[in-house]
Write a protein that binds this ligand. Structure first.
Ligand code: F6R
Length: 586
């Protein structure tokens, strides 16, 4: 996580750098800092908390044409001003995204060589180590080029040297870094959207390359100057702020009707534009968090209707597991950000085995999108709220379309539901009284979610949404599993949210709901079926649609219920505590 930016150009460096940094706040919001050149000096300002706190302490009229800045998601050391970036040691001032895994070892070496440390961070050690290397070799490019020999882990660095105040240096290893270009102005940033207010022209920096920006921008690969392609960002990722919505999460929930309709409409009559999966008899799906949950939905659709075995893996486990591949296996990587460290590491692991890979990604040009053999963009636009909603449903939409294609389903059976899907979702958003259900449960300490098969996958996501934004502890179980231990936790008034959309196994789940009701649970049922009056304290009715489309709409009420519970509890919905949007640490 963490976001870095840098700017060299005209005299409004502070304003431009901070504007770009604000676009990266989704990557972490524990502290923020800036280093800028003013009157031949490097000035460092940093504050605990949001970028807003830093802004309150900056003079935007101060003239500067070079700055680097950082927004932090704390890994080493608590969130305070001392641990905030930029760090400065000797000649070096830098900002860092990533983790230097061997920082303790390096720190010991530096202490022996006379260095002192004020923070608990790995970044200060990296800063000192570069200063140490620079004290032995005053060729800056050679020094920066050499750090991959010493640093284990990942980094994207923006670096200032106090003896060359007209330059920014930058480099990366496994953390994202781009250079933006607009005439005589240059930017560095963790992603392209950060700089789009100023330019859509950018260069992707590869691992270990060294960037030197002064009046021009020179990029070195293994000490040789390289000519890199200048890309133009072509996607519309307009972010018009929250509009009339109180939170980005609510805005993004409301964007779902259009996004889902757009994707279905784009591909349903042009399935040939999607990759041909006919030769694969096994698919593995890899992701983290909600992206893993969409994989589980994909598993139900492919196994249930396309006769294709699917195994889903949490990326942080898969990368250390013994993996088994059969002939004709496709591995699908799902990621909104396209930068999730564990998912990316799995992709690299799989590619070494020459297995076919497909990425389903939102962030255009991100590492996962670039490194997979094939990519399908979900085109959901920037997702600002940390809790995913529209990216999740867009990922399911793509998986559903792939399963429709693989199963040779007659698309005529889907057209009416697709034509109606905007209205179907809009009415789920607008016509249900979530506030009164939220009133009933928002004071509870524990909530349970149950379901079977695809409904269990939906329950997992509903539960995660609730946990991450309302901080209520919620657990999810396959409905038949409670009686094997967990039912002991159910007592008078415990809310149990059951998802029942699969008619074939409805009766089995109904029995499980009766079991918890008999022990005092309040039953909240999310269903597209009728005739379960005896198990309902509260019902959220979703329309019955084609089986491929059902999971896309069934999650909507659970997103909104979480939202209204969190709002009732006064939580910071768009930026929940401890979280960040792009998880670039392992
Ligand atoms: C939950 C959420 C996370 C992400 C996960 C993977 O609301 O957003 O669980 O789904 O961190 O992130 P990406 O999709 O960027 O790989």
């Amino acid at each position: 996580m963490c976001g870095i930016v840098g700017y060299r150009g005209h005299n409004d460096a502070i304003k431009k750098t901070i504007n770009c940094l604000e676009k990266l706040e989704y990557r972490g919001y524990d502290s923020a800092g800036i280093a800028y050149i003013s009157l031949n000096d490097i000035i460092i300002k940093k504050e605990k908390g949001r970028i807003k706190n830093l802004k309150d302490n900056l003079n935007f009229d101060e003239q500067s044409n070079i700055a680097i800045a950082h927004t932090r998601w704390a890994t080493h050391g608590e969130s305070n001003q001392i641990n905030a970036h930029p760090h400065n040691v000797g000649h070096i001032t830098l900002v860092h995204n990533g983790i230097i895994e061997n920082y303790l070892e390096l720190k010991e070496e530096l202490i022996v060589n006379g260095y002192d440390f004020v923070s608990e961070t790995d970044t200060e050690v990296a800063c000192a180590y570069i200063d140490y290397l620079y004290s032995k070799n005053n060729n800056k490019i050679e020094v920066i080029n050499s750090i991959s020999k010493y640093f284990k882990g990942s980094y994207a660095l923006g670096i200032l040297f106090d003896d060359e105040l007209d330059s920014i240096y930058a480099t990366r290893l496994d953390s994202p870094l781009i250079v933006g270009i607009k005439d005589d102005e240059y930017f560095i940033a963790s992603d392209v959207p950060a700089i789009l207010e100023y330019t859509d022209k950018y260069i992707l920096i590869d691992n270990k390359e060294v960037v030197h920006i002064n009046d021009s921008c020179t990029i070195y690969n293994n000490l040789n100057v390289v000519n890199k392609e200048i890309n133009t960002f072509e996607f519309n990722i307009e972010n018009n702020g929250k509009g009339n919505y109180e939170h980005y999460m609510l805005k993004e929930i409301n964007e779902q009707p259009n996004i889902i309709y757009y994707l279905l409409n784009k591909y349903i009559n042009n399935l040939e534009e999607l990759p041909d999966l006919s030769k694969y008899n096994r698919i593995d799906i890899i992701g983290c968090g909600s992206a893993y949950h969409t994989g589980l939905i994909g598993k139900s659709l492919f196994e249930g209707y396309a006769n294709t075995e699917v195994n889903c893996y949490v990326a942080s486990e898969y990368r250390y597991q013994t993996n088994f591949y059969t002939d004709n296996t496709l591995i699908i990587f799902i990621s909104q950000s396209g930068e999730t460290a564990d998912t990316l590491a799995c992709l690299r692991k799989v590619k070494e085995k020459n297995i076919d890979t497909l990425a389903i990604v939102n962030a255009v040009g991100s590492s996962i999108a670039r490194e997979a053999d094939n990519v399908i963009y979900i085109e959901a636009g920037p997702e600002i709220a940390v809790a995913t909603t529209k990216a999740y449903t867009a990922q399911i939409t793509i998986l559903a379309l792939l399963a429709i294609k693989k199963s040779n389903t007659n698309i005529d059976t889907l057209i009416t539901d697709i034509n109606n899907i905007k209205d179907t979702i809009s009415s789920l958003i607008n016509d249900i009284d979530y506030v009164s259900i939220a009133e009933e449960i928002y004071k509870r300490d524990d909530i349970f979610f149950i379901g079977r098969l695809i409904d269990y996958a939906i329950a997992l996501e509903g539960s995660l949404k609730l946990k991450e934004i309302s901080y209520i502890n919620s657990s999810t179980y396959p409905a038949g599993e409670l009686k094997h231990g967990t039912i002991s936790l159910i007592d008078e008034g415990t809310p149990v949210i059951s998802i029942i959309t699969d008619e074939n196994i409805k009766d089995k789940t109904v029995s499980n709901v009766k079991e918890v009701k008999a022990r005092g649970a309040i039953s909240i049922l999310v269903t597209n079926l009728d005739g379960m009056d005896d198990i309902i304290d509260n019902i959220i009715k979703v329309p019955k649609v084609n089986k491929f489309l059902q999971p896309i709409i069934t999650i909507i009420p659970l997103q909104l219920l979480s939202y209204f519970v969190a709002r009732k509890r006064g939580c910071d919905i768009d930026k929940p505590r401890n979280l960040a949007k792009s998880v670039t640490v392992e």
